[in-house]
Design a protein around this ligand. Structure first.
Ligand SMILES: *[C@@H]1O[C@H](CO)[C@@H](O)[C@H](O)[C@H]1NC(C)=O
Length: 134
């Protein structure tokens, strides 16, 4: 005769096993998704280009960012974080990266978009050499 405790233990073990199996299947099934995100960025306008007294250059620009990130969303995706970084070369540093914009895509419905925006974060080159960007 099995005691109540023994039965409860067996039931709990079974439940946890099924849960673990479902978690495993959930993360495995995501591997079959092959996402094909696409994005385009256009610089529509250079609003201003400033040489600051402390020798840093700063640029403000208007961007048209369009992206289709819908394929990144599976039932296992909560949200997608996107950012736009400018990469450029200067004589001193072969790779400079500055984040210009970012956003959080909360759902598949919001994953295909275009926005017309100026750079959200200040685009400052520390070494007075951003002439090379343009
Ligand atoms: C921005 O890009 C989108 C998609 O490429 C285009 O439809 C739209 O006309 C562009 N907007 C401007 C202001 O250039």
């Amino acid at each position: 005769m099995h005691s109540v405790g023994y039965r409860a233990n067996a039931l709990l073990t079974f439940a946890v096993t099924i849960l673990a199996l479902m978690c495993g299947m959930a993360s495995l099934s995501d591997n079959f998704n092959s996402p094909f995100p696409s994005a385009q960025v256009q610089v529509l306008n250079i609003n201003w280009f400033q040489k600051q007294p402390n020798a840093n250059d700063e640029i403000s620009m208007t961007l048209n960012i369009s992206a289709d990130l819908q394929s990144l969303f599976t039932w296992n995706t909560k949200q997608v974080f996107v950012f736009l970084a400018a990469e450029y070369e200067t004589p001193k540093h072969s790779l400079n990266q500055i984040s210009l914009w970012d956003g959080i895509i909360p759902s598949k419905e919001h994953a295909k978009f275009w926005i017309h925006t100026s750079n959200k974060y200040r685009f400052i080159d520390q070494v007075h050499k951003s002439k090379h960007v343009l």
